[in-house]
Design a protein around this ligand. Sequence first.
Ligand code: CU
Length: 122
Amino acid sequence: MSLRHRFGSFLIASACAFASMAASAHAILVDSSPKLNGTVTAGHVAMMFKYNSKIDQHRSRLVLIGPDKSETVLSIATGSKSNEIDTSVDLTPGAYTLRWQALALDGHITRGDLPFTVVAKQ
Ligand SMILES: [Cu+2]
């Protein structure tokens, strides 16, 4: 099963259009929390995006798109593992999208949207 299949709705940026033709270390998302289309409980939510290669955390970006379509740039935690983007944010129930952009050490940027749902605490 290919990564493309597993994360079928992720958009891989055109910046990496040539990546498939060359040995490349551009960043492909291999795991995340929340999961793609996953559900988390309202409150303080820790988020993690794990890639297949080291990334430049200072030049990567996370934008949270809220239920009202508002966009918030989230600060990326320092001291994360070198292949992860970590953050945390307080969330109320609703449908969200995390729009990530990762700069790999090969200079290529990859991007994707990760929709997820926040539900009220039981
Ligand atoms: Cu690349």
